[in-house]
Design a protein around this ligand. Structure first.
Ligand SMILES: [Zn+2]
Ligand SMILES: [Zn+2]
Length: 356
């Protein structure tokens, strides 16, 4: 019997455009479920997966093939769609055929201590959708368990898709900050999709003094209209000096760029006991004198996507209507390469989402 086929946009070779290919339509076994993908967000991680490496700074690279990630890859981890099939071990109360869900993509091995606590995003052997497992740049996506489906009834489909990575990453980073939210200074570095989402979430959660930085004046203006209280141009060091002399040092800095320059700058603007959260994966490295880290009780904290509970919390927060909607632009799946190229050249305000 001939297996049914579906369309997928795949990395066949690193550093090449995606290719549209026919692959076998997934058939769910055991606890597996299948979603028909109707939206899939386009993320910077997709660019790294297309390139085949991360830049670690100083000429060093993290090659994906050394991590067992080799083509062909079906990218796409901001997956929204309709449940169309489920395996024999999935009960009716776990999920409903025909209902729409956003999919938690940061899936782990399912067996280690982190996975058993639903901290899949910290699993040592991740099997994330759109990275190690086939993702959402395809007609359908196979998911190992219905617990990864988050009901997003009543939310805008394109916006809901972006919560799986962009939104979750922003939410989890903000969630790590324990300061006096109303009165202390929070600085957000970088106003791409994740940084803008973080601003919207921080405003919704009652942060009362938020400063934003981006090289693009249009993005800074947009952020000020979206609720940021201060902004500065990171290319003009005197603007930051003025801010800090008027407002005092920052209690928390969240770095959505993650470059050598932004890390050094972010850590340097902290008050004693302040926290620097690094989220962005631009690449680079920092050299720090160690005694001040101890003397100033500085916290340096990495944040990678978020856990399943955080995605559920974020979706609930979104359903209250408190989070301002991120600008989202849709493009057809057939233009996946064009979407990736636009993201690479920085010509995206908010988030690009593939749609059908
Ligand atoms: Zn992503
Ligand atoms: Zn695990």
């Amino acid at each position: 019997m001939e297996e049914p086929e579906m369309r997928a946009f795949t990395v066949q070779n690193f550093a090449h455009p995606l290719e549209e290919v026919d692959v076998t339509t997934p058939q769910p076994k055991g606890t597996e479920v299948v979603v028909e993908v109707t939206r899939c967000g386009v993320c910077h991680t997709d660019l790294h997966l297309q390139d085949g490496f991360y830049d670690l700074g100083g000429g060093k690279r993290l090659n994906l093939k050394d991590r067992g990630i080799v083509p062909p890859l079906v990218l796409g981890h901001e997956i929204y769609g309709k449940l169309v099939a489920k395996g024999p071990d999935v009960s009716d109360d776990q999920c409903e055929i025909g209902r729409y869900y956003v999919v938690y993509p940061w899936i782990g091995c399912g067996e280690c201590e982190q996975c058993l606590q639903d901290h899949d995003n910290l699993c040592a052997t991740p099997k994330s959708l759109g990275v190690a497992r086939p993702g959402g740049y395809a007609d359908q996506c196979l998911i190992p368990h219905p617990k990864y489906l988050v009901d997003v009834t009543d939310l805008d489909p394109s916006l809901a898709a972006t919560y799986a990575c962009s939104g979750l990453t922003a939410y989890s980073a903000i969630n790590k900050i324990e300061i006096d939210r109303e009165n202390e200074l929070l600085v957000l570095l970088g106003l791409g999709g994740v940084g803008m989402n973080a601003l919207n979430i921080a405003v919704a959660q009652g942060f009362g003094r938020i400063a934003v930085a981006d090289l693009d004046p249009a993005k800074r203006d947009f952020a000020l209209r979206a609720g940021a209280h201060f902004s500065f141009d990171p290319g003009q060091p005197e603007e930051l000096q003025t801010l800090l002399s008027e407002q005092g040092n920052a209690a928390a800095v969240v770095d959505f760029v993650g470059s050598t320059e932004t890390a050094a700058s972010g850590i340097s603007m902290l008050r004693k006991g302040g926290i620097y959260v690094i989220v962005g994966l631009f690449g680079g490295e920092v050299t720090l004198p160690l005694p001040p880290l101890a003397q100033r009780s500085t916290v340096i904290c990495g944040s990678y996507v978020g856990n399943l509970a955080e995605l559920r919390e974020l979706v609930e927060l979104a359903k209250t209507g408190k989070i301002a909607a991120l600008p989202v632009e849709t493009m057809p799946f057939s233009k996946a390469n064009e979407a990736l190229d636009r993201l690479r050249t920085g010509g995206v305000n908010g988030r690009l989402v593939l749609a059908k």
